[in-house]
Design a protein around this ligand. Structure first.
Ligand SMILES: [Zn+2]
Length: 269
């Protein structure tokens, strides 16, 4: 499996597999429409965060077929249905329809449906990539991410950090380079060109800086007091000399270069 969000992929494999059954005849096999709609919504998550391409074609087709039937079957609530329940049902159906679009090959930014109105907090985005949200919550978060540049970049950074096959460009001795998880540090700058984030880590008083770039290209942060510690495609880690309180230099991602000037003491706590 080449998909970096392996747990998310495994989650989707499980819920879509139980929704459509081995034969793909879900409704006959007893899977309820809710389970099928949730699996459809889950497809929105994979379409946006990555991995839908790796879902086998026959699984995708079976899910689309079962999904269309479930949407038709789930069209009306009972006479006692409350207004809230009716609203929830409509919301779930819209997310499932976005899943049908995704399974049919629609681009993430072309998907319609009820997106979360707010930016995804880091913990929730991480939970999504670990397969820890239900399909509907995942879908509404993913629809936000699909239409939000900062959240998309954040998701790309998480994807990079969790990629199992990041190719070492330069590795000290024989030790394996483990990319630091950006959530364990502090985001101090974002760059648009090249698209990258700069994260500060405090290692018992030694300040380490990591760059996570959207492009899978060689990354370097060059400047006074900066020393490279590790490099991977799309990733650079280095230390800042103790007597330096500013990060002044140039950020290189592939052929793209950006000036960097950050006063660490001026950062708000
Ligand atoms: Zn956002």
């Amino acid at each position: 499996m080449t998909e970096p969000f392996a747990l998310l992929f495994a989650w989707f494999d499980q819920i879509s597999g139980s929704a459509v059954g081995a034969s793909g005849r879900a409704l006959e096999a007893g899977a309820g429409p809710d389970a099928i709609l949730e699996a459809l919504a889950g497809a929105v998550g994979l379409a946006v965060l990555g991995g839908l391409d790796e879902v086998p074609e026959d699984r995708r087709r079976a899910l689309m077929k079962a999904g269309r039937r479930a949407l038709l079957a789930g069209g009306a609530g009972g006479p006692d249905e409350s207004a809230d329940d009716a609203e929830d049902r409509r919301w779930a159906a819209e997310l499932a329809r976005a899943g049908l679009q995704a399974l049919g090959g629609a681009a993430p930014d072309a998907l319609g449906g009820p997106a979360d109105p707010l930016h995804a907090p880091d913990g929730r985005l991480s939970a999504a990539t670990l397969g820890n949200l239900d399909g509907f919550a995942l879908a509404s978060l993913a629809l936000h991410v699909a239409h939000c540049t900062p959240c998309r970049r954040r998701a790309a950074v998480l994807r990079m950090a969790s990629a199992p096959a990041a190719a070492p460009l330069r590795v000290a001795a024989a030790s394996a380079v483990a990319m630091r998880q950006p959530e364990t540090g502090r985001l101090i700058a974002t760059f648009d060109a090249p698209a990258a984030e700069l994260v500060l880590f405090d290692d018992d008083g030694t300040r380490m800086l990591a760059v996570y770039a959207e492009a899978s290209a060689p990354v370097r942060l060059l400047g006074d007091g900066l020393e490279t510690a590790e490099m991977l495609a799309g990733y650079w880690l280095g230390s800042l000399a103790r007597d330096h309180t500013r990060v002044v230099g140039t950020l290189h991602v592939g052929d793209e270069v950006s000036e960097v000037d950050i006063d660490l003491e001026a950062l708000a706590d």
